[in-house]
Write a protein that binds this ligand. Structure first.
Ligand SMILES: [Ca+2]
Length: 123
């Protein structure tokens, strides 16, 4: 049953990715207006929700991030993209940049690398 649920969740996530440009089609559990990070792929494990910047990810998320969702709300002049940096204090280069509505279930290049993030106007 757990496997079936996981498959179903994966299918929903795929659908959500396709429809990511429309704000009402968000599939993963992450509050509107928030950037969410999970310690495991496929939006599993521990989750942290951020409404603002965090330039110092705590030890239980630092270099543990494996999936990400940007549920930021767009608007004129709003910083609705999220840049994740390799190191804390926005150092070490950007490992990922998420557009509003974007959900990433896994990324090998960015996996377990993040140390801080900031909202930005663009990638
Ligand atoms: Ca991880």
């Amino acid at each position: 049953m757990k496997r079936l649920t996981a498959l179903l969740a994966a299918a929903l996530i795929c659908t959500g990715t396709v429809l990511a440009t429309s704000a009402d089609a968000e599939a993963v559990s992450c509050r509107r207006g928030y950037f969410c990070v999970w310690t495991h792929a496929n939006f599993d494990g521990m989750k942290i929700e951020h409404s603002g910047d965090d330039h110092w990810w705590e030890g239980n998320m630092n270099n543990q991030d494996s999936s990400w969702a940007n549920h930021g709300v767009s608007g004129p002049g709003v910083k609705d993209h999220v840049k994740i940096y390799d190191g804390r204090e926005l150092t070490g280069g950007v490992t990922l940049c998420l557009a509003p509505g974007q959900e990433i279930s896994y990324n090998g290049g960015a996996n377990d690398k993040g140390g801080s993030h900031t909202w930005a106007s663009r990638c």
